[in-house]
Design a protein around this ligand. Structure first.
Ligand SMILES: Nc1ncnc2c1ncn2[C@@H]1O[C@H](COP(=O)(O)OP(=O)(O)OP(=O)(O)O)[C@@H](O)[C@H]1O
Length: 240
């Protein structure tokens, strides 16, 4: 039983096309795990399985001790997700969006107000609480997506390419913040195709054409070569 995320023997196919084959991954509480894969590796399919958009015909997914197929509500209640696509209502204010998502998790009244204020403070967004999401720049919208995903205090945080379209400063702010969340005890799975988002101390899982090619501490896996070089070699056409 783990308080983080545990994936074992998970597979998925779209008709005859195998999108994921026998995937196993452990993300313990307090760890940041980068799921690195080129386009088409299967990252989005894995996220669809983790969030129960799809159900897996094989294998087991456990979120904070809850089996996703046997106890989906308990498992999903312990999970926060930052999707690739925006999930905020652009016509509502920043604060109203957070209160709305809190209500979806059964949190309302003073507790919801408190959590929204906390989330906005933590992400440096307090003075924007009354603005409509439509008025925010891309970096602030991403921070809001993150605040939304954290409102119910999940044990496991999933992020699907959360820095797409952001400038360097916004990318760094989000990446740093999520590392802090992991250091504070959350289990984080961060899907990306960008090697420069991975730190040596992170756990790293490399996914390519639906298979796990390598797993371990990022610094150990790359050895003396830059991660980018190793990743490109490993996932080059014809490789593996
Ligand atoms: N609805 C679908 N029908 C058939 N094949 C699909 C479908 N969705 C994805 N695939 C295929 O499954 C494989 C994995 O796709 P997936 O979208 O999970 O990869 P990804 O790593 O998220 O890539 P990207 O970064 O481009 O989103 C790819 O070969 C893709 O073409």
């Amino acid at each position: 039983m783990t308080s983080g995320l545990s994936i074992a023997g998970v597979g998925y196919r779209y008709g005859p096309r195998e999108a994921l084959v026998d995937i196993a991954l452990e993300v313990p509480a307090g760890r940041f795990c980068a799921l690195l894969g080129p386009n088409g590796a299967g990252k989005s399919t894995l996220f669809a399985l983790l969030t129960r958009l799809f159900t897996t015909p094989s294998g087991r997914i456990v979120v904070a001790g809850h089996d996703l197929s046997q106890a989906p509500l308990a498992a999903l209640a312990r999970m926060g997700v930052v999707f690739q696509q925006p999930t905020l209502d652009a016509d509502l204010t920043v604060r109203r969006n957070l209160l709305y998502f809190a209500a979806l998790h059964g949190i309302d009244g003073r507790e919801a107000e408190k959590r929204a204020t906390e989330a906005l403070d933590r992400l440096g967004m307090a003075e924007r609480a009354g603005e409509k999401v439509r008025a925010l720049n891309g970096g602030h919208r991403r921070r809001m997506e993150l605040a939304r995903a954290l409102i119910h205090r999940p044990a496991v945080l999933l992020l699907d390419e959360p820095t797409v379209g952001l400038d360097a400063a916004s990318r760094a702010a989000i990446t740093d913040h999520v590392h802090t969340l992991a250091a504070d005890g959350m289990a984080v799975l961060w899907a990306t195709h960008l090697t420069d988002e991975v730190r040596d101390d992170d756990d790293l899982a490399i996914l390519h054409r639906g298979r796990m090619l390598a797993q371990g501490r990022a610094g150990d896996l790359r050895g003396d070569q830059p991660l980018r070089e190793m990743f490109l070699k490993m996932t080059a056409e014809g490789a593996a």
